[in-house]
Design a protein around this ligand. Structure first.
Ligand code: ZN
Length: 319
């Protein structure tokens, strides 16, 4: 699972448009060359005719050898004409934006199933980043900008261990089902590490949805109570439940009411049942989580989430 909400189909349409546009450019180029050099049109037609006759002969089981010389001669004539006309010898070639997959997005292998081309993978990653809502955030929050020199010895060791855990979470994401609860005071790196994980997982074609708790519950309330059922809102709701990784940032900063409690339990439970990971970050202590939400939310989180407590300097002021 990676691309959601028709994104795969949209991507295929993109490829189709690229093929159509390249075909149009080729047609125009061909038309221009033929109008300026009708002898080339004639020569190309002659080669096509020989090729057709050769194919027909093969179909009938007749000897094709007779056509080989004819073809070689016609091709040599064409080459001379091209040189004399001074046109690009590739004027009749098909145009491909990606020569590897010929703008299909897939590489067909003779000994196995078709594989996604690197151009398709690249677009997939871009769409996943766009869908995650994290494009701007991830520029300044990923492992490549991480600094550990801002910690003293004790907190540094602790942070480095947390980083190691996160790297393990990423490396085994497809095989080990895990959830994380980042606890700690403001600025200790909870959101930063969530972003690091998101960044690496998006790069390996996983769908990630990142939302502050406030936005998450506002969106769900809109999907639930809005009179006009907006398709965009419904789609976001679907992504919250279906994405490979859901990140809920700053749980506890939203206005809490019974709707929030019910939705939180529902998200946690449904994603647990479908083995889809969640990362929650919060400034609250575990006991406060229980008081604020419910015993069932508390026991679900303590039972199926790895708790990573972060402490140290306020990274917001030093990173
Ligand atoms: Zn390609």
């Amino acid at each position: 699972m990676a691309l959601q909400n028709g994104a795969f189909e949209r991507l295929q349409e993109e490829y189709s448009s690229i093929r159509i546009e390249n075909e149009r450019i080729r047609d125009e180029r061909l038309k221009k060359v033929y109008s300026e050099h009708p002898e080339l049109k004639e020569s190309d037609q002659k080669i096509m005719d020989i090729l057709t006759e050769k194919a027909l002969a093969a179909l009938k089981g007749n000897d094709e050898a007779a056509y080989t010389d004819k073809l070689a001669q016609a091709r040599a004539e064409r080459e001379t004409l091209i040189k004399a006309a001074g046109v690009d010898p590739a004027y009749a070639d098909r145009i491909y934006t990606c020569p590897y997959c010929k703008d299909t997005g897939f590489i067909v292998k003779s000994d196995g199933p078709a594989e996604k081309c690197k151009c398709f993978r690249k677009r997939e990653s871009e769409i996943l980043l766009e869908q995650s809502g994290m494009a701007a955030l991830l520029k300044n929050n990923n492992f490549s900008v991480m600094r550990t020199d801002v910690f003293d010895e004790e907190t540094k060791d602790h942070f480095v261990k947390a980083v190691e855990y996160c790297r393990g979470f990423i490396d085994t994401f497809d095989t080990d089902y895990r959830n994380i609860l980042f606890c700690g005071t403001v600025g200790t790196g909870k959101s930063f590490l969530s972003c690091c994980i998101a960044s690496d997982l998006i790069a390996t074609y996983h769908s990630v949805v990142y939302m502050s708790a406030k936005t998450l519950f506002d969106t769900l309330a809109e999907a639930q109570f809005s009179k006009e059922k907006l398709p965009d809102v419904a789609a976001v709701r679907e992504r919250i439940y279906d994405c490979d990784l859901l990140i809920v940032d700053d749980l506890g900063t939203e206005m809490t009411n019974s709707f929030v409690g019910t939705e939180l339990f529902s998200i946690i439970t449904e994603r647990y049942n479908s083995r889809r990971s969640v990362i929650i970050s919060t400034n609250l202590e575990l006991a406060q989580l229980r008081d604020r939400y419910s015993d069932r939310v508390f026991s679900r989180i303590t039972g199926s989430y790895d708790v990573l407590r972060l402490y140290g300097p306020d990274l917001r002021s030093v990173l």
